[in-house]
Design a binder for this molecule. Structure first.
Ligand SMILES: [Zn+2]
Length: 227
């Protein structure tokens, strides 16, 4: 099923007279009568799309780490949107987004470790590019001057600000929606004014990012499950 931004498994059976749609991990499983055409199946999924997307989102927010398998069809987030992993063999290692797919091209063997490392470098590069650009823009607005901006591999934090004015971001944040990324940047930049989480600090944050509370909550619920 290529028309959806989530993986779909179609199970055809003689025992079924009608269709049932269920969520199986991050995958959608639809059981249908054997004779039902692909088009009809797609229509059925389309009708339930809103329900499926809500369920997938709820599941993504559940604090349960899911080990990635790095297999075709597996869902990966980029800027808040889910893409299906598609693995191809080719001349060069490469990652690109094409419609609903995150296409990873490998020049050597199709190994889980190779896919993981190519994907992680791609996420890191995208994170470095976007976060640097946005930090420079937002620093002008807030009128602060970070000394250095770099990307880190944190397990349990999204960013940090040193007492000397260096900003560090977790590359994983590139998987979150853009407003969440903006919040993380404003959060760290405001630490250049106040090096604590005092009410004064939060008043700076809310001046430049009024919806900070909902973003902070979003991150609280998402911490462990982002890959
Ligand atoms: Zn902080």
């Amino acid at each position: 099923m290529q028309n959806f931004n989530f993986p779909v498994e179609v199970v055809r059976t003689n025992r079924k007279k009608s269709a049932t749609i269920k969520l199986d991990g991050s995958k959608v499983r639809i059981n249908v009568p054997r004779s039902l055409s692909d088009r009809k199946v797609e229509e059925l999924i389309e009708k339930r799309r809103a329900w499926i997307e809500t369920k997938l989102q709820q599941q993504a927010l559940k604090p349960q780490p899911q080990k990635k398998q790095y297999v075709d069809g597996e869902g990966f987030f980029y800027l808040g949107k889910s893409y299906q992993l598609k693995i191809l063999m080719g001349k060069n290692d490469q990652v690109k987004i094409s419609k609903n797919f995150l296409v990873v091209t490998l020049k050597d063997q199709n190994l889980q470790t190779a896919i993981r490392s190519i994907l992680e470098s791609w996420y890191r590069e995208r994170a470095e590019e976007l976060l640097t650009k946005k930090t420079i823009q937002l620093a002008k607005v807030i009128d602060v001057h970070p000394r250095q901006i770099s990307i880190k591999n944190y397990r349990s934090r999204w960013g940090s600000c040193s007492s000397t004015g260096d900003l560090y971001y977790n590359w994983r944040i590139i998987q979150a929606p853009i407003n969440i990324i903006d919040y993380v940047i404003v959060h760290e930049l405001c630490h250049l004014i106040e090096h604590n989480h005092s009410p004064r600090y939060w008043s700076h944050v809310s001046k430049y990012f009024p919806k900070w509370k909902e973003c902070r909550d979003w991150l609280k619920n998402t911490t462990i499950n982002i890959y």
